[in-house]
Every structure is written in structure tokens, then in C-alpha cells.
Write a protein that binds this ligand. Structure first.
Ligand code: BDR
Ligand code: CA
Length: 313
């Protein structure tokens, strides 16, 4: 096997973030240099706590967690307890994490790591609002040229939004940060709602995870049982969309996904459409491509991968 791919996971756990972290932990092709937390689904103290709880569920307290931005770069924080519950990780019984948070700020960890590692070797996996990444880019713009790729869960186009009719949650919470990232020149892969709404936690799929029977698998199933309640009611589907693990699955098996290179701009001003990702899918503007935008996914292949990798934990 070739050298594992070095990644930083920037996250706001979140049950679907937990699934993404577990998928990464179960995959020897990936080397997790650190997990950086951001305020999003719930405030920063809780996302930082949840990240450590997830690592401890998986018996991996050796993975370092760095707390980052406690609010978006230019506006007050909006959270999503209505989806994720009061803790952000409702479902299983949650213990107080024993492993410490690192003293270094997430933004400094991101900058230092990108400067230390050879250029073009570190991939950023973003599963929440882009506040940490945008702040790192503001502080040290030279890091943009050193990132191998940034794979994000965020945005939506054909599917519209999930927090407003036009906007997806991660982009809506910090549209200024998202705009900075899309303008940065970093090679971006975007997993929008158009993809994530196709990977539903159908009962038959969750049953396969339950069969694994290990501590992390049961904790994940309990999280998903909670998480999907809201979505089933909202979308009228047999299961909720499992957004964030699509980012990790792309690194492992890009052939599960298809999309095209486009220009993406973020609306940050209009009260009606703030947080909208305006994707030039039909190439009507002539604006420069700045992201590979995914649209389709092999959902059964995705769940087979997730189940196999959670089974290794
Ligand atoms: C995104 O928002 C959060 O609620 C999820 O964790 C995911 O990252 C989906 O819009
Ligand atoms: Ca998330």
C-alpha cells in the first residue's frame, strides 16, 4: 500500500460528523494528523467535547483534538439543536471525555501543519462551517498553495437548501468564510445536498451497522436512530441523509461519486438567499472553475464502505 494520505478533519460533531470520523478512523489509507473543531451544530465547547467522546468510543484517544473558532468570522452563531439534540450528539449515553483538548488553537495547528508538511501533501476535510479555514487563510494566505485538496460537505444547488430554501447549513452559518475559501485557489471538492440527500439511513442499511455489535458501531446506530427522526419527518423519506461521511468516502473511493468542475460563488448579502452556493453547472458565465461539484453517488456502495470500515474499529 502507498503512504497513507494525510488529512485534517475540521468538524462540528454532530451525529453525521461522528460517522465521518469513524469512517476515517477505520481506514488505513488515511493518516489523521489532527481533528479541529468549530462552532456549528452546537457551540464550540460541545463540538470539542463531542469530538473527544467519539474518539474514546473508538478507543483512539491518541488522535489530537484542537478547538477553533467559537463563532463565524463576521456574524453571530446559528446552531442546529433542533436537528442534533441539546448535546449535538444525542442518541447514545454520553460520558465525560478523559482525553485532553490540545492547548494550541485549531487555526494555528492548521497553519503550522501545512507549513511543516511537504507542500501538496495535506488534505483538509471540512464537515462544518468554514470559519477555521477562512481564519487560517486570512492569517497565513501562503498556506493556500500548500493544500493538496479541500473536500467539503457544504452547499446545494439542484436540491436547494436545508436551513433556508436557498442555503445549506454549513455555508449559511458562515457565508463570509465560505466565500473566502472558494476564492482561495485551493483545489476544492464539494459534496452538496445534491449528493448527501441520496445517501439515506434506510433501516436495512442501519441494521447492517447494528449487526457489527461493537461499542463504536452501537454508539453510531444510537446516534443515527436519533438523527433520522427529524429528517424522516422533514423529508418524508425512509431514513435521513448522512451528509458528512461522503467527504471521507470520496478520499477512499472517488469512483462512488460523479460531478463536474464548475465555478461556485457564495451569496453573503441578500437576506433572501444568504448562504446560497451559486453553482455555474451549465457553464453559462465564463467564470473560472474553482471547485469540483459532485452530484451523484452510488449509495449502496457508500454504505457498504461505511459498514466495512466501522466494522474494523
Ligand atoms: C450539514 O450541517 C450539519 O447539520 C451536518 O453535520 C452537516 O455537516 C448538513 O447540512
Ligand atoms: Ca457537520
Amino acid at each position: 500500500m502507498s503512504e497513507p494520505r494525510k488529512i485534517i478533519i475540521d468538524t462540528d460533531p454532530g451525529q453525521d460528523d461522528a460517522a465521518a470520523i469513524m469512517l476515517a478512523l477505520g481506514s488505513p489509507e488515511l493518516d489523521i494528523l489532527g481533528i479541529t473543531t468549530v462552532a456549528g451544530n452546537v457551540p464550540l465547547t460541545l463540538t470539542s467535547r463531542n469530538a473527544r467522546i467519539i474518539l474514546e468510543f473508538c478507543g483512539r484517544p491518541d488522535v489530537k483534538v484542537f478547538a477553533g473558532a467559537d463563532k463565524p468570522v463576521a456574524r453571530p452563531l446559528i446552531t442546529a439543536e433542533h436537528v442534533h439534540g441539546k448535546t449535538g450528539l444525542d442518541g447514545p449515553e454520553l460520558h465525560d471525555p478523559q482525553m485532553p483538548l490540545q492547548a494550541q488553537h485549531a487555526v494555528d495547528f492548521i497553519i503550522e501543519t501545512l507549513k511543516r508538511e511537504p507542500a501538496g501533501t495535506v488534505t483538509l476535510c471540512t464537515l462544518g462551517p468554514l470559519s477555521n479555514i477562512a481564519t487560517a487563510l486570512e492569517k497565513a494566505p501562503e498556506i493556500a498553495g500548500r493544500v493538496r485538496e479541500l473536500v467539503m460537505m457544504g452547499g446545494g444547488f439542484f436540491e436547494g437548501g436545508n436551513i433556508t430554501p436557498a442555503a445549506e447549513f454549513n455555508i449559511y452559518v458562515d457565508p463570509e468564510a465560505a466565500a473566502t475559501v472558494f476564492k482561495s485557489g485551493i483545489p476544492i471538492v464539494m459534496m452538496p445536498l445534491d449528493v448527501t440527500h441520496k445517501v439515506l439511513t434506510l433501516k436495512s442499511r442501519v441494521a447492517k451497522l447494528r449487526e457489527i455489535g461493537s461499542r463504536p458501531a452501537i454508539a453510531l446506530v444510537e446516534m443515527l436512530d436519533f438523527f433520522e427522526r427529524f429528517d424522516i419527518e422533514k423529508y418524508g423519506s425512509d431514513g435521513g441523509p448522512l451528509h458528512d461521511p461522503t467527504v471521507i468516502a470520496y478520499l477512499l473511493k472517488p469512483e462512488l461519486f460523479s460531478g463536474r468542475d464548475c465555478n461556485v460563488e457564495v451569496e453573503a448579502a441578500s437576506p433572501l438567499t444568504v448562504g446560497m452556493t451559486v453553482v455555474d453547472w451549465w457553464q453559462v458565465t465564463g467564470r473560472k472553475h474553482n471547485a469540483r461539484v459532485m452530484k451523484d453517488v452510488d449509495a449502496d456502495g457508500f454504505f457498504a464502505l461505511l459498514t466495512e470500515r466501522v466494522g474494523r474499529l
